[in-house]
Design a protein around this ligand. Structure first.
Ligand SMILES: [Zn+2]
Ligand SMILES: [Zn+2]
Ligand SMILES: [Zn+2]
Length: 487
């Protein structure tokens, strides 16, 4: 137990005994330098399944502080940078893995077509406007009056000659709160998942409409689905105005009628131009009916006019950059874009999303709108009360179609298998960061454990600061090693 008034005192106390400090740093390293690990108390043993013999035992008592530290594994950079870095690396593999679905020796350097001949594009689907908002324009003025119209119907200016700093809390705020369609914005966020699902259906329709006729007759949607498959990975990102847009990596595959599970290159006529045209065609036509609120009938969610589709070059460096770009978004949270919001839904014992009035006015107006809609009978199915902190958005930040590439689960499994092989080699069953929590030590042994949570995060701020410093040193050492190897 460390008792000290100051953070520095806590750090000094932790480092006072060299042996203790070495064991503590080893423990922190095993938890991947996570800044808010789960502290577990308990014990575990590995038992030989055939003989019932106990092969190894472990108790958290033998660790410094009597606890086992387990990484939080949070994807969000603002919550835990080391765990987010690991997530980002996994996300990179998920995105990049799909860019070369079938390993092929053939090389094709034409734009937007990978080695195996799959057209690949990066598309950004945006939301429509829900009213003019203040903008940061790289030091330029926010908005100039255009078209002679200088005020809205409420008599408020449609211009703003301020130069906003990205952090001044004004960016994303409506020019006129009465003109802003906050209910429309929240409902749009709540339906973007369904809008995307329908978009994929429309892409197949568009492919059928745009495909050259094969064998003389028109190509049906069913016919297209027998020849082509659209695979994708996507990331949702919040804009300052509180609305989601989607970054989508879309790939066109062929279908092998003998083996539909296989991912093969599409026919030659299904190129990057066809994929680009089909995405644009679908985005312009798809819609989702919205529940009736505030007496508005026949309201629909649609994509905004700004659809950006660009081919992903076949060169490895371009693919790596695109995967990195998407992986970076995968570790962002709504709070990184919309200031003041918490990074996750507050627990029952925490202050609510509004946090006692620390939100900028326009963000508070949005959370109030989510709460208001949550109480309406027409919106009950959306379960909006659970999504106040995401302004109505209900989906996963990162998702992909089944055949796009490997999964996060597969990567975790690979890492665990590697760790188990390491343990076996070192004859130490507790090398891994989540030692004692998995139950597969090879077929012959069974892991029996009894654990309870002692707490979340380090017990003192001093420990947390030390863990951050150790994590930084660790990353720097790895970087030096990587650069050294690269030379
Ligand atoms: Zn963590
Ligand atoms: Zn402004
Ligand atoms: Zn107005």
């Amino acid at each position: 137990m460390i008792r000290s008034q100051t953070v520095l005192g806590q750090m000094i106390a932790r480092m006072a005994d060299e042996d203790h400090y070495r064991r503590w740093t080893a423990q922190v390293e095993r938890a991947g330098h996570c800044v808010r690990p789960v502290r577990l108390m308990g014990s575990a043993m590995t038992v030989n399944a055939a003989t019932g013999e106990i092969e190894a035992t472990y108790a958290s008592e033998q660790e410094p502080g009597g606890v086992l530290l387990v990484a939080c594994k949070d994807r969000r950079e603002s919550v835990c940078p080391p765990c987010a870095a690991r997530y980002r690396a996994d996300a990179w593999h998920v995105f990049a893995g799909g860019m070369t679905p079938a390993a092929s020796a053939a090389s094709d350097d034409s734009d937007g077509v990978d080695d195996a001949g799959h057209p690949l594009v990066l598309a950004t689907f945006t939301a429509p406007s829900f009213g003019r908002v203040h903008a940061a324009r790289d030091g330029g003025v926010c908005r100039t009056a255009r078209g002679g119209k200088r005020t809205c119907e409420h008599g408020r200016p449609l211009w703003c000659h301020s130069r906003h700093d990205a952090r001044d809390g004004m960016v994303g705020a409506p020019l006129c709160e009465e003109c802003a369609d906050l209910a429309g914005l929240v409902l749009w966020n709540a339906h973007v998942g369904e809008l995307w699902r329908r978009t994929v259906i429309y892409v197949y329709r568009a492919l059928a409409a745009l495909a050259p006729s094969v064998g003389g007759g028109p190509v049906t949607v069913r016919g297209v689905r027998e020849m082509l498959r659209v695979s994708y990975a996507k990331v949702a990102e919040f804009q300052k105005r509180g609305v989601v847009h989607l970054h989508v990596l879309a790939r066109l595959d062929g279908v092998n009628p003998e083996d539909p599970e296989q991912t093969i290159a599409p026919p030659a006529w299904a190129g990057v131009e066809l994929l680009t045209a089909a995405l644009a065609h679908a985005a312009g036509r798809v819609s989702v009916p919205l529940p009736v609120v505030d007496g508005r009938t026949a309201a629909m969610a649609r994509w905004g006019a700004q659809l950006d589709v660009r081919p992903v070059q076949a060169r490895e460096i371009d693919r790596a950059r695109v995967a990195g770009y998407l992986a970076k978004y995968a570790t962002k949270t709504v709070s990184d874009s919309v200031s003041g919001l918490p990074t996750s839904r507050p627990r029952a014992d925490e202050p609510d999303v509004e946090g006692g009035g620390r939100l900028p006015a326009h963000v508070a107006a949005l959370t109030a709108t989510v709460r208001r809609l949550a109480r309406l009978g027409t919106c009950r199915a959306l379960r909006l009360a659970r999504h106040v902190h995401t302004l109505g958005f209900r989906g996963h930040v990162t998702s992909k179609s089944r055949r796009y590439s490997t999964t996060f689960a597969a990567l975790r499994e690979a890492r665990r298998a590697w760790r188990l092989s390491q343990r076996a080699r070192e004859r130490d069953p507790w090398v891994g960061g989540d030692a004692g929590l998995s139950d597969n030590e090879g077929a012959a042994t069974v892991l029996v454990g009894d654990w309870r949570i002692a707490g979340i995060g380090y017990r003192t701020l001093g420990d947390r600061v030390l863990a951050e410093v150790l994590g930084r040193e660790h990353r720097q050492a790895r970087e030096v090693l990587r650069l050294g190897l690269a030379q």
